[in-house]
Ligand binder design. Structure first.
Ligand code: ZN
Length: 120
């Protein structure tokens, strides 16, 4: 994963910018912030969200397949085409974007990374 830009708010009142994983030194008081551990946790969280998303994708293929079979039994090939494409549209254009927003919101509110300063 590419390092994410982060903002360090030092107790001295100075805000310093850097990339996750870097050691960021406050320009005001010289406190050092090692962000490597927090970057690892964030990567773990991102990987978890990606895994959930892949699972949803696969479940969607199952959903479309199931609708396709129902359509095939009900209306032969046209039923397969109509219900299969309706399933694809519902799952990938309505349900997945909704779930993606929900999961990203949840992931972003799960915790706020905090890094304690270490003095030089
Ligand atoms: Zn500072």
């Amino acid at each position: 994963m590419a390092p994410a830009p982060i903002l360090i708010k030092c107790p001295c009142g100075i805000e310093s910018r850097g990339a996750s994983g870097d050691i960021i030194v406050c320009t005001g008081c010289g406190a050092r912030y090692d962000t490597a551990a927090e970057a690892k946790r964030l990567e773990g969280l991102a990987a978890l969200t990606q895994r959930q998303f892949r699972y949803l994708s696969r479940a969607g293929l199952g959903f479309i397949g199931l609708l396709g079979v129902v359509g095939l039994v009900w209306l032969n090939v046209w039923g397969l085409v109509i219900l299969g494409s309706a399933g694809a549209i519902i799952w990938f254009m309505v349900f997945m974007p909704y779930m993606k927003r929900r999961m990203l919101t949840k992931a972003s509110t799960l915790y706020t990374p905090t890094v304690a300063p270490t003095r030089k």
